[in-house]
Design a protein around this ligand. Structure first.
Ligand SMILES: Cc1cc2nc3c(=O)[nH]c(=O)nc-3n(C[C@H](O)[C@H](O)[C@H](O)COP(=O)(O)OP(=O)(O)OC[C@H]3O[C@@H](n4cnc5c(N)ncnc54)[C@H](O)[C@@H]3O)c2cc1C
Length: 456
């Protein structure tokens, strides 16, 4: 019997990892990527330079024996280092968990991308083709149409259009990110395909804090730095070479925004007012601000994620989320594990495998989308407040006092594999109980006070 053949579109983070998983299962895999080979110096443009990887993502790498290789240069971040507003304000460290060993890890996107692609290429049944852009997919035929980008070498050229190459498979998997061409074909051809995209009013821009002398870090290395400023914020993640990548999340429009901050003086004034401790560490601030693109932040929800046993969506193509929980890639990696489990469970019925994968992931992807937007408000607005830090301390006290029973939401999302939707439900229940407990305690105190006064 001929081997099942998968055509994968997109060799980003999830595409590379999924190709490795499918390769290990013995499938024939052709992976097509519109960009050039990242090992030839092509920077993964338009996305963050580094990302935070946590338990879910690490688990997915461990399952295929890649965690050690991928994490060797990652930098553990044990908590948030908050930079309050105002010149001379002291930074405040807020650990992520009561257990200091629980941390998230800053990892380079390009290095991780190369690791997963190389892992896939170790299987002789996996072939990776760079410089091939998918234009659309014939869903019933499981055929992806690919346009060769300059420099691509390919023999099979379609007679109808000399630049378009058909890639025939038993199934096509769209791992082609938030603006997926595979998903667009599904939108066009599946009746009642549900699709929703929403953009934040904020965009993001990356800037650099270069290394200190001898490759040292010019701020605390093992922390995710945050400058919360109510309606906007800047964050910084450490890199192995001693630098930090800063990301400013700011309104596109408005009296103080990307749109109105045009001249060098405007940029300097804004940074001097808002991030005075960071400015001396950012010698290329103006160049970075001018040259680096301003990215948009989109949430995409769609359904279904599959068409018969022929087409399926994985990662951002199925569920792009805003980056404030640091979970988009982690969730995309978790998709790969779940899809692999479903293919194992239904080896002879791909449609059932895809359907089960969709039903296990959809509710969780929707829950993550909501959590990610909620965490933006928490990071930019609440982390600077005393009430927020007090709540975190209560969370950690309860977690220590009730191990395995009380788990803060951040802990469940970041340091466990509890499905996102269940974590959100459990956190709501816990919050209700804690709030009820506090009200009861206040009630008892007031009652005791009233009894004491009355008895005098
Ligand atoms: C600023 C920012 C910070 C982030 N930080 C974090 C973080 O800290 N932690 C975290 O877990 N997640 C983070 N994310 C989210 C994370 O980047 C994504 O969830 C992750 O990249 C999704 O992986 P993917 O493989 O599905 O998509 P992508 O990484 O986008 O890969 C898609 C691939 O498909 C290719 N492609 C696209 N269209 C075509 C086509 N038509 N034909 C062929 N190839 C195509 C692209 O070139 C790309 O290589 C962040 C995102 C942003 C924007």
């Amino acid at each position: 019997m001929p081997k099942t053949k998968f055509v994968l579109i997109g060799s980003g983070l999830a595409g590379g990892l999924l190709a490795a998983y499918l390769g290990r299962r013995g499938y024939d895999v052709d992976l097509y990527e519109r960009r050039a080979d990242p090992r030839e110096g092509n920077i993964v443009g338009g996305r963050s330079i580094n990302l935070a990887i946590s338990t879910r993502g690490i688990h997915a790498l461990e399952q295929i024996g890649l965690a050690h290789e991928a994490l060797q240069h990652a930098i553990p971040m044990r908590g948030r280092m908050i930079h309050p507003a105002g010149a001379g304000a002291r930074t405040i460290f807020s650990p992520y968990d009561v257990d200091p060993k629980k941390c998230i890890n800053s990892i380079g996107r390009a290095a991780l991308n190369t690791t997963v692609i190389e892992a896939a290429q170790r299987y002789s049944n996996v072939r990776v083709h760079f410089n091939h852009k998918c234009t659309d997919v014939d869903l019933d035929g499981a055929v992806a149409h690919l346009e060769k980008i300059d420099g691509a070498v390919e023999a099979a050229v379609s007679a109808a259009n000399p630049k378009i190459i058909p890639a025939h498979g038993d199934a096509v998997i769209g791992v082609d990110g938030a603006f997926s061409a595979v998903r667009q074909s599904m939108q066009l051809k599946i009746a009642n395909f549900q699709y929703d995209e929403s953009y934040l009013a904020h965009g993001y821009k990356e800037m650099t804090i270069p290394p200190g002398p001898g490759g040292s870090w010019r701020m605390e290395k093992n922390a995710l730095h945050i400058w919360p400023r109510k309606s906007f914020m800047m964050i910084a993640l450490p890199n192995p070479d001693g630098s930090f990548t800063c990301t400013l999340f700011w309104e596109f429009e408005g009296p103080r925004s990307f749109a109105t901050t045009q001249s060098d003086d405007d940029v300097h004034r804004f940074f001097d007012e808002e991030f005075p401790d960071a400015v001396p560490l950012m010698p290329t601030l103006l160049e970075d601000f001018r040259q680096n693109p301003t990215g948009s932040l989109v949430t995409i929800r769609c359904a279904p994620w599959f068409y018969r046993g022929k087409v399926c969506l994985v990662g951002d193509a199925a569920h792009a989320v805003v980056p404030f929980y640091g979970q988009g890639m982690n969730a995309a990696f978790e998709d790969c594990v779940v899809l692999d489990e479903c293919l194992e469970k239904f080896p002879d019925d791909r449609e059932r495998a895809f359907a089960e994968y969709f039903s296990r992931r959809k509710e969780n992807a929707d829950a993550l989308a909501d959590l990610a937007i909620g965490n933006f408000i928490e990071m930019r607005d609440k982390t600077a407040s005393k009430a927020f830090r007090a709540k975190k301390k209560i969370d950690h006290l309860l977690e220590a006092a009730l191990p395995g029973i009380y788990l803060p939401l951040y802990t469940m999302v970041t340091f466990t594999q509890i499905p996102y939707a269940e974590a959100a439900r459990r956190a709501r229940l816990q919050d209700g109980i804690v709030r009820g407990g506090i009200l009861l305690l206040v009630g008892i105190c007031l009652l005791l006070l009233a009894v004491t006064i009355a008895s005098k």
